[in-house]
Design a protein around this ligand. Structure first.
Ligand SMILES: [Zn+2]
Length: 452
């Protein structure tokens, strides 16, 4: 047997125990819980590896753990995050979120799939490589941030301030990835952008008796009417000039969709939905999923929503919206177009409240060396054919850290289709974890060898 695989097998129990240790340390950025402890834990693990590692302070936020190891012609950036989503609601967990219990060949913990398993498996890959094969064939620069789950508010400044440190990377292995519903490994070569904002409508100085609704403005209706202008029932976004900024997919981008096996029947059954939006299927469905923007009401609140009746005229209504973005939309453009759209329709009273900074769209060429290396590595390791997504439907700070510095990136990881990131009973299958380690080793070797 290959020495690398033998080493990983014989250290299997310790590798799993280390992952449990990582998961048992809470690190919830949104609650500022355990952040420094987790950063120190990651730093210590890098130092055990012999990496040149340090914490890079981030003003007003959690530090970035930065580590360099190896040398060679090529430089691989590896991006992960050590923060996790809040674990609530606790009562929906079968075992406590910080226990990292093992059941049925899976580790259950908050943050195990997003993204501590990926982070640690990459570190352990380097350990096994150094112990069995020798010095790394390339330089690796690990960037591990602590604010991904709150929208990476400081990563763009971090990337710009450390431009000279980072920009010689030839490619980046991004944080996440999972097997699909038919257990095929997936990778994605980009991310949608995102803008998250709130719309507020205000009425009288205080809540009033609802008899006064005959003569006093109802902010819940104002908000409803305003929201109603944003999208039609066929799911078209109606914001003025919005559609004209959506670049239609190129022929190559459409071709990339044809190779994606999207098991519609299984996915519909899994979500318990009778059909996808607009009864879409096939290529049209994938095109809408990956290449079209969204406008989602993530939360909507006004007045009394408790038990029984309360005839009240609320004085405030608000909605939380997210906009997933495709080329050539940007977060700033969305806010600008939305403001003008509302004003033109007499909704100057609807306030746009910006609570997040937004993230730009990221795309990497499908023929870039890092994508080619990832495809080859997956083919070499996984029994099932890999599925290559030209972009994920999700978002993240990939543009700020990679595309803005001219670095192509590919996202791949050791999740499975039911990993339940952000939800109760988040898990990683232990076999997927070890397959992930073998994949990263292959990726390192293939990326170091590839020309171009
Ligand atoms: Zn996440």
């Amino acid at each position: 047997m290959d020495k690398f695989v033998e080493y990983v097998n014989s250290h299997r129990d310790r590798f799993v125990a280390e992952l449990q240790d990582f998961c048992r340390q809470p690190s919830v950025a949104a609650q500022n819980l355990g952040m420094r402890e987790m950063a120190d834990m990651v730093l210590t693990r890098f130092k055990q590896l012999g990496a040149d590692a340090r914490l890079i302070p981030v003003e007003g936020g959690a530090p970035v753990v930065y580590a360099e190891i190896g040398s060679g012609k090529r430089t691989l950036m590896i991006y992960d995050h050590y923060d996790v989503q809040p674990p609530e609601p606790f009562d929906l967990w079968d075992t406590p979120p910080w226990e990292a219990a093992i059941r049925d060949g899976k580790i259950f913990a908050r943050g195990v799939s997003d993204n501590k398993a990926d982070l640690l498996s990459r570190i352990q890959t380097v350990e096994a490589y150094l112990a069995t094969i020798g010095p790394l064939p390339l330089k690796i620069k690990f960037v591990v941030e602590g604010e991904e789950e709150i929208g990476s508010p400081h990563l763009p400044q971090f990337a710009q301030a450390n431009r000279t440190l980072l920009q010689d990377a030839d490619g980046c292995l991004w944080e996440f990835g999972s097997k699909d519903i038919n257990d095929r490994p997936t990778m994605s070569c980009g991310l949608k952008g995102i803008m998250y904002l709130e719309l507020h409508a205000h009425g009288a100085a205080r809540d009033l008796h609802s008899s006064l609704a005959a003569i006093v403005v109802d902010p819940a209706w104002r908000l409803t009417w305003a929201l109603n202008t944003l999208k039609d029932s066929d799911d078209h976004i109606l914001i003025d000039d919005y559609a004209s900024h959506v670049r239609p997919p190129t022929e190559a981008e459409m071709d990339a969709l044809k190779a994606i096996p999207f098991d519609e029947a299984k996915i519909k059954a899994d979500y318990a939905i009778p059909a996808f939006l607009n009864d879409l299927t096939g290529l049209e469905l994938l095109q809408k999923y990956l290449y079209e923007p969204t406008c989602t009401i993530c939360g909507l609140y006004s007045g009394y929503i408790g038990e029984g009746a309360k005839t009240v005229l609320p004085n405030h209504a608000f909605a939380k919206l997210d906009f997933r973005l495709v080329p050539n939309l940007s977060p700033d453009l969305v806010v600008d177009l939305l403001r003008k759209h509302l004003d033109r329709r007499g909704f100057t009273d609807i306030e746009i409240n910006l609570t997040e900074t937004g993230e730009e769209v990221a795309r990497s060429p499908l023929d870039s060396p890092i994508v080619r290396a990832a495809v080859d590595a997956m083919k070499a390791i996984y029994p099932n054919e890999p599925v290559i997504y030209p972009t994920s439907a999700g978002s993240g700070p990939m543009h700020a850290l990679c595309q803005a510095l001219g670095i192509p990136a590919v996202s791949a990881g050791c999740g499975w289709h039911d990993s339940r990131a952000h939800a109760p009973n988040e898990s990683v299958r232990i076999e997927d974890y070890f397959e992930g380690i073998r994949f990263v080793r292959e990726l390192i070797e293939r990326f170091a060898r590839l020309g171009g």
